[in-house]
Write a protein that binds this ligand. Structure first.
Ligand code: SF4
Length: 332
């Protein structure tokens, strides 16, 4: 029975109903194995198996949402100066990275001038591929300017498409504004990246609805999947941790629905999640290093490189390379 569902999904683009059916039936590990096998074979055929590195410069701007999201673990800092930003950029380039994303807090009043100034400064010294993730903190004119500055992708993370769950978790935020940014990018011909936060309280049907909402965007290049991880305090401190099983199964269904889209891991996942993610058809981008502003914890196999006071590069490349080589895979 489950084999027939997989065959149907491989024969032609799956419908919402079929994708939901597969997701539900894949709770059974015997079915999940078949799903993962089909999804990873599809990945190999359509985008290949080679994993590739990206980097991040995090916390570039303070988050101005009030109230803050109930699950927030972000530590606010003042705007990262352009001078510090360029130091982080050069350090990441020195480590060999050719692709990075800038992420920071959200501002309902807009961070248009700030992000343009930052990207212009970076473009003055580098041709690195730049992605931007600031929530819905800028409008159409800024999207156009970022396109002129050769920003390769803009993220608008809906987290969940379920309005009630979104509103409860993110009362200071706007699902509509996040959707509007994706629509603007689509109209302006700027590639986009979406994100799902798995385990926030959404249903399996919500997860599939969100995949199909993203699938219709012609500019969609990438979806990243966060795994809910409760913070020690706050409104969501007793909300259950999301299992890696939930993430792996939705990644695999996403692969059947969108064979050529990059499907990556985001917050709440760790390098230990890479093998299951890859088995489930995930691929092919890995976050190797990040410039961070929060004092990093030391961890075996992870290099911490001080850049200046309050700014470090945390490089997890070596640790992940070992995992990848143990799986017989390569990176580029
Ligand atoms: S958008 Fe929400 S989760 Fe993200 S930094 Fe702001 S308050 Fe925190």
């Amino acid at each position: 029975m489950f084999d027939c569902l997989i065959e149907e999904a491989l024969a032609e683009a799956p419908t919402h109903e079929l994708a939901l059916n597969i997701l539900k039936e894949s709770r059974d590990p015997a079915n999940a194995q078949k799903l993962f096998q089909a999804a990873s074979a599809l990945r190999d055929e359509r985008i290949g198996r080679n994993l590739w590195w990206t980097a991040a410069i995090e916390g570039i701007l303070p988050c101005r949402l009030r109230p803050i999201c109930g699950y927030c673990s972000y530590v606010n800092h003042e705007k990262l100066s352009n001078e510090s930003l360029l130091k982080a950029l050069k350090a990441l380039e020195g480590l060999g990275f050719r692709h990075l994303h800038l992420s920071g807090g959200t501002s309902p009043a807009g961070y248009d001038a700030e992000i343009l100034s930052m990207v212009e400064a970076m473009r003055g010294v580098s041709d690195i591929a730049i992605e931007v993730n600031l929530g819905p903190s800028f409008g159409r004119e800024t999207v156009r300017r970022l396109k002129d500055l050769r920003v390769s992708c803009i993220t608008s993370s809906l987290e969940t498409i379920n309005e009630e769950v979104f509103q409860q978790a993110k009362p200071g935020d706007s699902l509509q504004s996040r959707k509007a940014l994706l629509e603007i990018c689509e109209e302006e011909g700027v590639p986009t990246r979406g994100m799902l936060l798995i385990g926030l309280g959404e249903s399996e049907d919500d997860r599939i609805r969100q995949l199909f909402y993203l699938k219709r965007l012609k500019g969609l290049r990438h979806i990243r999947f966060s795994r809910f991880n409760p913070t020690a305090s706050g409104r969501y401190s007793s909300h259950p941790r999301c299992s890696p099983w939930e993430v792996a199964r939705i990644v695999a269904v996403a692969r059947l629905v969108m064979p050529e889209v990059q499907l990556g891991l985001a917050a709440g996942n760790s390098p230990d999640d890479i093998p299951l993610w890859f088995l489930a058809g995930g691929g092919n981008q890995l976050l190797g290093a990040a410039a961070v502003r929060k004092t990093p914890k030391s961890q075996a196999g992870v290099d911490v490189i001080p850049i200046e006071e309050g700014l470090w590069i945390v490089n997890r490349t070596k640790l992940q390379e070992r995992y990848i080589h143990e799986m017989g895979l390569g990176t580029c």
